[in-house]
Design a protein around this ligand. Structure first.
Ligand code: ASP
Length: 583
């Protein structure tokens, strides 16, 4: 028998028991005839004590031990004289009398403790060692618990978990596909699903009514901290529903998870913000509403005062940073440098200090009188002691930059605590998005998203203005999920394809199977998909989804542990009828 208990199990009540433990050696300390070892397994740490006077055999054996050796120990539980309140087993230790080395270990490339000296690349190369570390294991435990609770909740609500294929053909989520050559069909390729979108719609046509799947999706996109080429969605679809049904069902899922995972009860309804308002007030379709600091547009108030920079622009807006009128020159310069970073992209920053005595000091005093600035301050609901930060330019770019500035100020003022959660729905997304480079519309969500009935007439006059029955779920400024009520009528689907510049032939070729299915009694349906990795990372308080994926890829899409992607043998290429181009 390898063990009677785990390394996280023994307590003061177990004193005097004879026990057997197995695990990995985390630390070894030798203190004059006594060797102290912390033994680790998934469940925790237990302190072992070896007295070299116990036997000569034991004395020689312990000198051979090293970090990460796998050992089995038999001994007695005793009360510790100096207890460690930080360890769950900290009241006891094991006085060991028998030791068996089950396996040796090379010296690990980094310390396997909560705080490690290992850099990112090194930890990824030896991910199985990194996974031995507490914080990493805890992240995966959270992920496991989330998965279990999601299944429990959805099962109770009659959702059926159904798997859909991975070897499919191009899906319509708008990213680049990963493609897989087919040996049996030379010259032809599968695409890996960017999501199971079309399949879940077919399951509705098939009458399954409520579907879900916790499923891998694949998108060949440039990577960031919150993106991976393969990631996991909680993918859901329902029949005979309208938008309200979907929002209610999944708001209860979210509330259930908040309660079960974070022990946070939310009774009130999640705020609902229209896309237009989100852009107007936060400059983002995923607003972080943990804090106010909403945008105020002052284009009208700020133009016509001979300040050329302002007079020549489309849009001027600002935010009010409460209590920041005392900001030093240095801090204001740092903010200016922040907005001028290429990723933020503003040309400059105008500030107005609303001094405690009611006067104003601004970077544009030459052009604007105290009364002018008072008008801005009133528009922004500012009070003495506040600081106004104003950006101007093209509307889209300026909103985006002001959003970055708002979040930066939120960070600086400590308004974005990881322990505070502010979920919301963003509704009424535009159906289409104009692409200036390609001079055509793209689907903002995907081509199966239904337009609002009252906007249908805009197809012929102003397609850009059509609003969709589409919604996103956002927590703390992170897009956690999104979905839509679908088109379920072949006629309207064709109209949508036409608006996207997709010809009848192309639509037939790509999505003929779905259009065919719509001819056989498709029910009204809609759904949503949540980014499972992201939801875990937001609940876990981390910016990076990698912490919640057992074997993630790095920024260049590489798995440095298994060294993939890699070249394949010529024979494999020949079987696939593929030839590599000379580089
Ligand atoms: N398939 C969509 C996505 O991956 C989600 C949905 O519309 O249900 O974003």
């Amino acid at each position: 028998m390898y063990r009677t208990h785990t390394c996280g199990e023994l307590r003061i009540d177990d004193v005097n028991q004879d026990v057997t433990l197995s695990g990995w050696i985390q630390t070894i300390r030798n203190l004059g005839g006594m060797t102290f070892i912390t033994l680790r397994d998934r469940y925790g740490l237990t302190q072992l004590v070896f007295d070299e006077n116990t036997s000569d055999k034991l004395k020689t054996e312990i000198t051979k031990l090293g970090r990460e050796f796998v050992i089995k120990v038999i001994g007695k539980v005793i009360e510790r004289s100096s207890k460690n309140p930080k360890m769950s087993t900290g009241d006891i230790e094991i006085i060991a009398h028998d030791l068996l080395v089950l396996n040796k270990s090379e010296i690990p490339p980094f310390t396997i403790e909560d705080e490690t000296d290992g850099g990112d690349e090194l930890r990824m190369k030896y991910r199985y060692l990194d996974l031995r570390r507490n914080p990493v294991r805890k992240s995966l435990e959270l992920r496991h618990k989330m998965g279990q609770e999601i299944r429990k909740f959805l099962d109770k609500k009659d959702f059926m978990e159904i798997e859909t294929p991975y070897l499919i053909k191009s899906t319509p989520e708008g990213a680049r596909d990963f493609i897989v050559p087919s040996r049996m069909n030379p010259g032809e390729f599968y695409a890996l699903p960017q999501s199971p979108q079309t399949f879940k719609q077919l399951l509705m046509v098939a009458g399954f009514d409520k579907y879900f799947q916790i499923v891998k999706c694949f998108r060949d996109e440039d990577l960031r901290a919150d993106r991976q080429p393969e990631f996991t969605q909680i993918d859901c679809e329902m029949s005979f529903v309208d938008q309200e049904d979907i929002l209610n069902t999944f708001e209860s899922l979210a509330k259930y998870l908040f309660k079960e995972i974070k022990d946070i009860s939310i009774n009130e309804e999640f705020p609902r913000i229209t896309y237009d308002d989100a852009m107007k007030l936060y400059g983002s379709d995923k607003p972080d509403i943990r804090f106010e600091m909403k945008f105020t547009e002052i284009t009208e108030q700020a133009q016509g005062k001979d300040f050329k920079v302002f007079d020549s622009v489309e849009y001027i807006a600002g935010i009010c940073a409460k209590g920041c009128a005392e900001y030093s020159r240095k801090k204001l310069d740092a903010l200016t440098a922040f907005v001028q970073k290429p990723q933020v992209g503003a040309k400059g920053l105008v500030y107005v200090k609303y001094n405690a005595d009611g006067s104003f000091k601004s970077s544009v005093d030459k052009f604007f009188s105290q009364d002018d600035l008072k008008v801005w301050a009133n528009a922004m609901n500012a009070e003495p002691g506040d600081l106004l930060l104003v950006l101007a330019g093209n509307i889209d770019k300026t909103r985006s930059a002001l959003n970055d500035l708002r979040l930066e100020m939120g960070d600086r003022l400590g308004l974005r605590s990881k322990d505070k959660f502010a979920p919301c729905w963003v509704l009424d997304f535009p159906l289409l998005e104009w692409n200036e480079d390609e001079k055509r519309f793209f689907a903002k969500h995907h081509p199966f998203t239904s337009p609002k009935t009252e906007d249908l007439n805009l197809f012929d006059t102003d397609p850009g203005k059509i609003r969709a029955n589409a919604y996103d779920f956002v927590i703390n400024g992170v897009e956690i999920g999104g979905g839509s009520i679908r088109i379920f009528d072949a006629e309207l689907q064709h109209k949508m394809f036409a608006a996207l510049g997709i010809s009848k032939e192309e639509a037939e070729e790509k999505f003929g199977f779905l259009l065919d299915a719509f001819k056989f009694g498709a029910p009204p349906h809609g759904g949503i998909a949540f980014g499972f990795d992201r939801w875990c990372s937001v609940f876990g308080g981390s910016e990076s989804i990698r912490d919640y994926i057992a074997f993630p890829k790095n920024n260049s899409g590489r798995d440095v542990m298994i060294d993939s992607p890699s070249v394949v043998e010529t024979k494999q290429l020949e079987e696939l009828m593929l030839k590599l181009k000379e580089q």
